[in-house]
Design a protein around this ligand. Structure first.
Ligand code: GRF
Length: 200
């Protein structure tokens, strides 16, 4: 289950990796659905072309964050996912929603957390004079961009970097890091599910 808000390039990278690395055969895992809070999200077209179920739960249709999160959880739970992946999903989720998926809710954030939580991470790294920047895959907790880190990738910040140039360099790494982190999570789940001993 992957949640998106826009282009969904991270979602697409995950879908491709699931196929190329044979997650279905190896882990019994597949991308069951792509849900967006924006009907115009380009990633929905990609998912539909891949034959993946899609849904839109528009945050504009709900008076409160809690009502939206409840509707989103209902759409998610219809697929009973083992893992919920936030990929360019631009909504802050309520503590109740995060608690519902604790331990199986991942996010990708375009900075080397704990540095630069929140928005405009690339410009902030440039303004701070950072020599390196990067991206973090982490478990989502109630505190924004602060959960346990699964993996990170580092890129150089170049002397004349613009936020757009740095974002593009980081996005390339995101497309490698997220599938690798999810593959690792699935492998760990599969190992944990193995019997303590293999019956003779
Ligand atoms: C990416 O920069 C990612 O770091 C952030 O959302 C942006 C768009 O991601 N989370 P995508 O192309 O929609 O996957």
């Amino acid at each position: 289950m992957i949640l998106i808000s826009g282009e969904g390039s991270n979602m697409a990278a995950i879908v491709r990796s699931a196929r190329q690395e044979r997650w279905a055969e190896r882990f019994g895992a597949r991308v069951t659905a792509v849900i967006s809070n924006k009907a115009e999200a380009g990633g929905l077209v990609f998912a539909q072309a891949e034959g993946i179920a899609t849904a839109v739960v528009s945050h504009k249709a709900f008076a409160t964050r809690e009502l939206f999160d409840t509707a989103l959880a209902e759409a998610i739970d219809a697929h009973a996912p083992a893992l919920v992946v936030l990929a360019g999903f631009m909504r802050i989720l309520t503590p109740g929603f995060v608690a519902r998926y604790a331990g199986r809710l991942l996010n990708i954030h375009p900075s080397l957390l704990p540095a630069f939580p929140g928005l405009h991470t690339h410009q902030r790294a440039i303004d701070a004079g950072c020599k390196v920047a990067g991206v973090t895959v982490h478990q989502v907790t109630a505190e924004l961009d602060h959960g346990p880190i699964l993996d990170q990738a580092v890129v150089p910040v170049l002397a004349d970097d613009t936020a757009a140039a740095l974002a593009a360099r980081i996005l390339t790494q995101e497309h490698l890091l997220y599938p690798r982190a999810i593959g690792g999570w699935l492998a760990a789940q599969a190992r944990a599910a193995e019997p303590a001993f293999s019956p003779s």
